[in-house]
Every structure is written in C-alpha cells, then in structure tokens.
Design a protein. Structure first.
Length: 256
C-alpha cells in the first residue's frame, strides 16, 4: 500500500500502481527481479527484497534503485515499523533480522525457530514480532524488550501448509496467506489472547471468498466457518493491556 489509497504490484519487470477502481498506471520499469517482499516505509520509500542479489533495495518511482542492505541468502518478508526499524526474514539462511535506522542488524531468531522464515510483521503495541516459516508452516513470535533485545521465540501454531505473507488486524489477530505450492491457496486467521497464545484457528479457501464477489457474503461465509460469526469470535478476544486502558491505536477503532 502506498498510503494514498493505492497499492503497487509487480508485473514482469514492471511495477504497476493500482487504484480502488482497478485502474493501473506504470510506477517503475525494469526493476530488479524476482521481487519477494515489498513494503513502503513511513517516509514513502519502497523497499524491495531481491532474490538473486540477496539484498534489500530502496526503489524510487521510475525504477531507480539504491542499496539498503545486502549479505542475505534470500531476503523474503519485509516490515518497516513506525520507529524506522526494518524487520526482515532471510529464507535461505533461516534467520529473522531487525535493521535499525542506523543500519545496524540484530538477529531476532535463527536456526530451527526460523526455518525458511517467510512473512513477518511487528506489533508495536505488544512489542512483539511475528513470523511464519514456509515449509513447516508454523507461526512464531518473540517479545522485544524496552532496550530492543529479543526474548525467546515461541511457536504459536502449526498451520499445516506452506505459510507465506502475514498481517494483523486492529484487535491483534493474525492473518496468514497459505501459498499451498501452487494448489488451492487459503487465508488462515489465528485469534490470539492477551498473552499472545492461539485460542482459535480458522482457514478459509481464498477461492471461496473471491468467487462470492461481495465482502458481506465473504464475511458471512467466514463467519459460518468459525461457528458463531465474526462478532461472536471478536467477543472471545481477550483485551490487551492497551485495550484495557482504553489506549492504543486499536482501541480507537471498531472491533472486527
């Protein structure tokens, strides 16, 4: 997402900017490929993870690239946070890394806890980083203390597939795209309690949602899948410390 209500997507060696009406315009051409992760920073810079170069590039509109960080085996997921840190998964080297605003690196997880690490996101309200592993299809988390140091990684759930991209909603629940190695893809939703433990898991075939064509029908179908509906499921969500105090950006938004 660009922050202007549009998003940028790859098409061959080009990047297209697509608006809410599905109109596409050329954003950049002849970009380094293949691109895995791609995210805009709070400053509006587009970071891309380049597979063959083992690097993360800052890509300007029009296609001009400059090096942000290199030395990765296969950088995949990218998540720039509001404080200027960039969280990265290195699938080939089995690592989760944070790059601070001064370009210093901290290893958050490595080895078995980050085997083929793929999607990644940082929750700044809970000071928690979440990531997926691809072949094992596991969802992991690690706390980050006030000094920025990582705690012990903990596996939340085995999603039984090939987990890829990841995001979270305003209640702090996790959504994971399952690539399924070219088969029928799906979207997994993992409900977390106040202690970041999985309390409920739902998977929904993406094809089923897309075929409906309307959000309300898709929501009804997903509600049926979890038994009790989205609002009932939201009621089972235990509030985080921020929500209990009535603070934080999630508390200001309606529950999902």
């Amino acid at each position: 997402m660009t922050g202007a209500g549009t998003f940028v997507a790859a098409s061959g060696t080009d990047l297209l900017e697509i608006d809410s009406g599905a109109s596409a315009t050329l954003w950049a051409s002849d970009v380094p490929t293949p691109i895995l992760g791609a995210r805009f920073t709070a400053q509006g810079e587009l970071l891309i993870a380049t597979h063959t170069q083992g690097s993360i590039q800052i890509l300007g509109q029009g296609g001009t690239a400059q090096l942000f960080a290199d030395g990765f085996g296969m950088p995949n997921g990218i998540y720039p946070d509001a404080a200027g840190n960039v969280w990265v998964t290195d699938l080939a080297n089995n690592q989760v890394v944070r790059i601070d605003p001064n370009r210093n690196r901290t290893t958050i997880a490595s080895g078995a806890t980050a085997a083929q690490a793929n999607g990644i996101i940082y929750d700044d309200l809970r000071n928690m980083v979440f990531w997926t592993t691809y072949s094992n299809s596991e969802l992991w988390r690690a706390p980050i203390d006030g000094a920025g140091m990582p705690g012990e990684p903990v596996m939340i759930i085995d999603l039984a597939g090939t987990s890829d991209g990841i995001t979270l909603d305003v209640c702090g629940n996790i959504y994971v795209v399952d690539y399924n190695s070219g088969g029928s893809s799906r979207l997994d939703r993992v409900f977390l309690d106040a202690h970041h433990r999985q309390v409920e898991f739902v998977d929904q075939r993406v094809a089923d949602l897309v075929e409906q064509g309307e959000d309300v029908v898709a929501e009804q179908q997903l509600a049926k899948a979890i038994g009790g509906g989205l609002r009932a499921a939201s009621a089972r969500h235990e509030p985080t410390e921020h929500e209990e105090r009535g603070g934080g950006k999630r508390a200001a938004e309606p529950s999902t």
